[in-house]
Write a new protein. Structure first.
Length: 233
């Protein structure tokens, strides 16, 4: 499909993707006029073609203007597939060597950044149908497998297998989605288990202290006061 016919088809796909993923979207016209993530993506589709034609500075100026208008920064050389949606958009950064597959979904504050200063593949690769939550940071030439989900605020610096759910800093896998039946299979979380055990232990100790007579409780409190004072000095 030739330019601009190919670009117009992509615009239609981008509008449909936003409508399908955002319940607040009522029409293509509303999406086209009021969605900054869609504006940034449409401008990227143009700047990407301009860059491929050899007009590198023009493409960079266009991406810079799009950043000022939308709050979304997408390098012209980033490769983005179809059915892609940036929800809200503000603060999203997509680096030069980023590759994004079809059906992916980013929310505000997501960074697809790099660590290397060499001219090489230094930004993430997102396979199809990846979902990334608000404020998540994907750093380096890592691969996020098909259908993976990255939780809000997570920091991911290593590759993620297909269907995995990742949360935390640094990001760790807590579940896998069985794509044959869409069920979520949760994995053991030692950190959470330890916190839960400590909470149960504290509750047990509080119950034991409450069960003691008033004199015993007063003695326990008096015994703890010097330690508390020492900690606050």
């Amino acid at each position: 499909m030739t330019w601009p016919a190919g670009w117009i088809a992509e615009v239609r796909d981008d509008l449909d993707a936003a409508q399908r993923r955002d319940p607040a979207a009522r029409s293509r016209l509303e999406v086209l006029l009021t969605y900054p993530g869609v504006h940034a993506l449409l401008l990227h589709r143009i700047s990407h073609r301009i860059d491929a034609a050899g007009w590198h500075l023009t493409a960079r100026v266009m991406s810079h203007a799009a950043r000022m208008l939308t709050g979304v920064e997408i390098h012209p050389r980033a490769q983005i597939g179809h059915d892609f949606f940036i929800d809200h958009g503000m603060g999203v950064v997509i680096g030069e060597t980023t590759i994004i597959g079809n059906g992916c979904h980013l929310t505000q504050g997501v960074t697809l950044g790099g660590t290397s200063t060499r001219r090489e593949k230094r930004h993430p690769t997102l396979e199809d149908n990846v979902m990334i939550g608000a404020g998540a940071k994907i750093i380096g030439a890592v691969t996020i497998g098909e259908g993976a989900r990255i939780g809000a605020g997570s920091v991911v610096v290593s590759s993620v297998p297909a269907g995995a759910t990742v949360v935390g800093v640094p990001g760790h896998i807590i579940a896998y989605t069985n794509r044959t039946n869409e069920t979520v299979e949760r994995l053991p979380d030692p950190e959470w288990d330890r916190i839960d055990a400590l909470e149960r232990r504290i509750a047990t100790l509080e119950a034991q202290l409450t069960a003691q007579s008033p004199d015993v409780r007063s003695a326990a409190v008096r015994d703890m006061e010097p330690r508390v004072e020492g900690l606050t000095r």
